[in-house]
Design a protein around this ligand. Sequence first.
Ligand SMILES: Cc1cc2nc3c(=O)[nH]c(=O)nc-3n(C[C@H](O)[C@H](O)[C@H](O)COP(=O)(O)OP(=O)(O)OC[C@H]3O[C@@H](n4cnc5c(N)ncnc54)[C@H](O)[C@@H]3O)c2cc1C
Length: 600
Amino acid sequence: MSKFVSKRNISFMIKEIFDSKFLTDFDYYSRHNEKMFDMVIDAALKLAVKLMYPVLEKMDRNPPVLENGEVKVHKAVKKIMKEFGQGGWIASGFSEAHGGDQIPLIIRGTASFIFAASNYSATAYPELTAGAAELITSFGSKELIDTYVPKMLDGKWQGTMALTEPQAGSSLSDIITTAYPDENGHYKIKGVKTFISAGDHDGVENVIHLMLAKIENAPPGAKGISLFVVPKKRLDKKGHLVSNDITVASIYHKLGYRGAPAAELSMGEKDDCQGWLVGEENKGLIHMFQMMNDARILVGLASCAIASAAYYAALEYTEKRPQGRPVTQKDPLTKQIPIIEHADVKRMLLFQKSVVEGSLSLILQCCMYADLMKVSKGEEKEKYALLLDLLTPVAKAFPSEQGIFSTSTAIQCFGGYGYCEDFPVEQYLRDVRIHAIHEGTTGIQGMDLLGRKMVMKNGKAALLFMEEVKQTIKTAKEATELEYFAKELGKAMKELEKVAGFLFNVAGEKGIDVYLSDATLFLEFYSLIVISWQWLIQGIAAQKALSGNCSKKDTHFYNGKLFTMNYFFRYELPKAYSLAARLMDNDNLTVNMKTAYFKD
Ligand SMILES: Cc1cc2nc3c(=O)[nH]c(=O)nc-3n(C[C@H](O)[C@H](O)[C@H](O)COP(=O)(O)OP(=O)(O)OC[C@H]3O[C@@H](n4cnc5c(N)ncnc54)[C@H](O)[C@@H]3O)c2cc1C
């Protein structure tokens, strides 16, 4: 088994970068202490090694099948759901009032990172359940909470998010699944949902869908969407589970993420599918966004986790694989050197390390904002909420997109062997590919960032972000070794102001379609700056540690950090300037291109 995460890096992040123990000073987290956080991380590592990683390949090679209308999954799923339920992992982030442990997201998120690095498909089952249960506790009635949440947190019942329909993927306002009020105070549901992850399976007793539907005669578009609990099996008057008229029409045969089914579901074919309203009528999309925003952070986390596993597999391989000699050595009788000694292989490894550790840092930063948001009030609370909102599309899209290149680069490190099933990296590339698609494609994240987040509250979030970066630059300037990086990040921030100013003018002069036409490129540009900021934060901590007393091992670790920061600033950040040039080119090329010109 190759290593899939670095325990040393995890400790660096949660202790030296984010000093997460200070959260225990707040009442809400006060039952925890640093030792308990360490125990959570250690337990997650043990579970990942013992339960998840051993079935990584098996779950991929034996994907779910649909037999007699039932989805059969790998037998490990039952064990995993049981372990995650009984071990308290699904409930860990919930409030004590709902049977949880109130563990801060930065710690729970780190555990999720470890699980996803060991076996992403396996992680999806409990993570989806936690997200769905959280929606019920946030917006559901006491009756709904009491009926569903304990069984979900216990891992006995699966939770899903059922949004997508054949005609409504990115455009959820076009859903047509309909909820008809009935005389018993609940609703009859009719419609089709597609691609529903863990939408049906035999690893649990029941599946609870958190489903978007439109109440009959609701207003058109997003303003008419409501949220429902729609169980696969509902409880009858005697408390027995009976069928709720949901049929699995098919399951998809996917490129990767094969250990979990994506199902097409048909509700109400016998006019007997019942749903229960969660929260307010017509506020379903707003409620669902709570789960989607958390899910977007989790998707970023999972992408960087898979890229982490691929990186460590590549690292192990490149240290062992002898091939070629130094370019200065012409004698063919000398011994071959391990490929890690070649500069180009080091470049490939640095790229992967910079993506994995830069992404993880940003995601944990977002988790920290979420944790602080929960325990603060007034302006402070608003600040963390705005920063989290602004950075969520970056935390989702950068690891998802760069995770693809990073795992692909891991394959490149293996040469031909990486392309074959003998090593896990080909699976990692297939597994990571989904993340740029689900929970809002990268294109949708770009439009969210430029169209909503940059301008919300008159640009307040964007200004708060600038303040955060300025603070980091100021701290970095205190160490002469970091002056170059502080200067480069300052220069990039000036470029960001220029690009944003230019684009806001475009919106006024040429319209919103031109403004948003290169939103994905803006997201890429912005992400390079955001990740550089996170690398500078890591550089400051590494430089500080190196100036004190360090063991030889730690000296290597911190130098690794400084070299990787250096790599990101010199190889990746410069790409922001060519993106800026494109973003400030006024030619409207993609808007003006006609569909007819693509043909022939
Ligand atoms: C394995 C898997 C698991 C999934 N799990 C779930 C789940 O659990 N629950 C659930 O509800 N859904 C799930 N989905 C569905 C997923 O969220 C959708 O596939 C995704 O939102 C994209 O929708 P679509 O496939 O209809 O693509 P489309 O919306 O048709 O998009 C296709 C392309 O067009 C672009 N595009 C679309 N609209 C615009 C626009 N307005 N402007 C610019 N570009 C645009 C997109 O960016 C994309 O590149 C899953 C999908 C897969 C493949």
